[in-house]
Write a protein that binds this ligand. Structure first.
Ligand SMILES: NC(=O)c1ccc[n+]([C@@H]2O[C@H](COP(=O)([O-])OP(=O)(O)OC[C@H]3O[C@@H](n4cnc5c(N)ncnc54)[C@H](O)[C@@H]3O)[C@@H](O)[C@H]2O)c1
Ligand SMILES: O[C@H]1[C@H](O)[C@@H](O)[C@H](O)[C@@H](O)[C@H]1O
Length: 335
């Protein structure tokens, strides 16, 4: 491996293009050498901006001798196969969430790593790197809140083209909370219920209740067509106090008789720090041929909960989430 980590990026849409921008402007020791997108014009534009070249296919990019590590930012349905291909090629990868669309496909990725005996894929649960969420987790872990009883989550997008169906909202958007709550409480989801008023055929917003193995409850509102902007909130309620994410620090203005702060327009603006910290940590580990962030096991478990969530959304009833024993490969080192 060269001293500079040569990264190939699959998918040059909103997320892929932003990851390329972050990798080339804010992550030390990295060069984006190849980009592949099904839309060649998009790939060309993003590759040129990074000083890289356009690959002819995702498979060629993953196998290229000009690529040491891979970022997978193509649509959700492509993730599992590409992650397995990275494992087969022995290359570290950052695979955007969700790891797969079905739990069965996510398990294929886990099994490929277990067969290799080595972790190579980090799942893009970037909230774990967000300074606010990291502070919240440290506060919970300190015990200062007492025993956690409830976690309230709000997740709103102004609009979404990628979470465009009821199941897609669970698997593509709510998946963040399905991972975050388990990570925050160091616990597992054992049951899920989702209700939604259906408008124009789309169940949006969705209100979910998660039951945790340790007895806590979590509420999740996901609304991907909220119109006004991008808004993510989280409050943890314990027997001794509460802790909540503060609105992202920003300039407050007083203009035309109105006192206010701007709301970010999308995930790129809201979670810029989280993506930068995530990519920096991933690149550092990948330079040593490894990964150390959210694991494929975390990705698989989130997919298991999402699958139960989709069944709950469709059937209306609470769905149990079956537990599974964690392979030894994922016992330590998970973030
Ligand atoms: N972590 C986060 O906060 C976050 C934020 C946004 C998106 N994402 C994830 O990133 C991925 C991309 O989302 P997006 O918002 O950039 O979507 P997008 O629609 O803006 O971009 C997707 C890109 O993939 C390309 N594409 C389609 N099929 C492809 C294929 N088979 N191979 C290669 N490229 C292909 C499209 O041409 C498009 O350029 C999704 O998996 C999404 O869930 C994660
Ligand atoms: O793919 C995106 C991404 O995961 C965002 O972080 C989330 O807010 C959106 O709802 C989802 O569609």
């Amino acid at each position: 491996m060269s001293t500079v980590l040569r990264v190939g990026v699959v998918g040059a849409g909103a997320m892929g293009a932003d990851h390329v921008r972050t990798l080339t402007t804010a992550v030390p020791g990295v060069a984006v050498t190849e980009v592949y997108d099904r839309d060649t014009e998009r790939a060309t534009q993003v590759a040129q901006g990074a000083g890289g070249s356009v690959a002819t296919s995702a498979e060629d990019l993953i196998g290229s001798d000009q690529v040491d590590a891979v970022v997978i930012a193509s649509p959700d349905s492509t993730h599992a196969d590409l992650a397995v291909a990275c494992i087969a090629a022995g290359k570290p990868a950052l695979c955007e969430k969700p790891l797969a669309v079905t739990a069965q496909d996510a398990l294929r990725v886990v099994e490929a790593e277990v067969a290799l005996g080595r972790r190579l894929v980090q799942v893009g649960f970037m909230r774990r790197y967000d300074p606010g969420y990291a502070h919240l987790k440290a506060t919970v872990a300190s015990g200062a809140l007492g025993e956690v009883r409830v976690v309230h989550n709000v997740h709103r997008n102004a609009s979404s083209t990628t979470s465009a169906t009821g199941p897609g909202i669970v698997t593509g958007s709510m998946i963040h909370e399905l991972d975050t709550v388990a990570w925050l409480l160091d616990d597992e989801v054992v049951g899920i219920r989702i209700e939604s008023p259906v408008r124009d055929g789309l169940p949006d917003p969705q209100l979910a209740t998660l039951e945790m193995a340790g007895g806590a409850l979590a509420t999740v509102e996901v609304f991907v067509n909220a119109g006004y902007g991008y808004d993510v909130r989280c409050e943890v309620v314990g027997t001794a106090g509460t802790a909540a994410l503060a609105p992202a620090p920003s300039v407050s203005t007083r203009i035309a008789g109105v006192d206010g702060v701007a709301v970010a327009s999308d995930f790129v603006a809201h979670f810029a720090d989280a993506y930068r910290i995530e990519l920096t940590a991933w690149a550092r580990a990948a330079s040593a041929g490894a990964v150390d962030g959210p694991t494929t096991w975390d990705g698989y478990r989130a997919n298991v909960v999402a699958e139960a969530g989709v069944a709950a959304l469709v059937g209306g009833a609470r769905q149990p989430v079956l537990s599974a024993s964690r392979p030894a490969l994922y016992a330590v080192g998970a973030r």
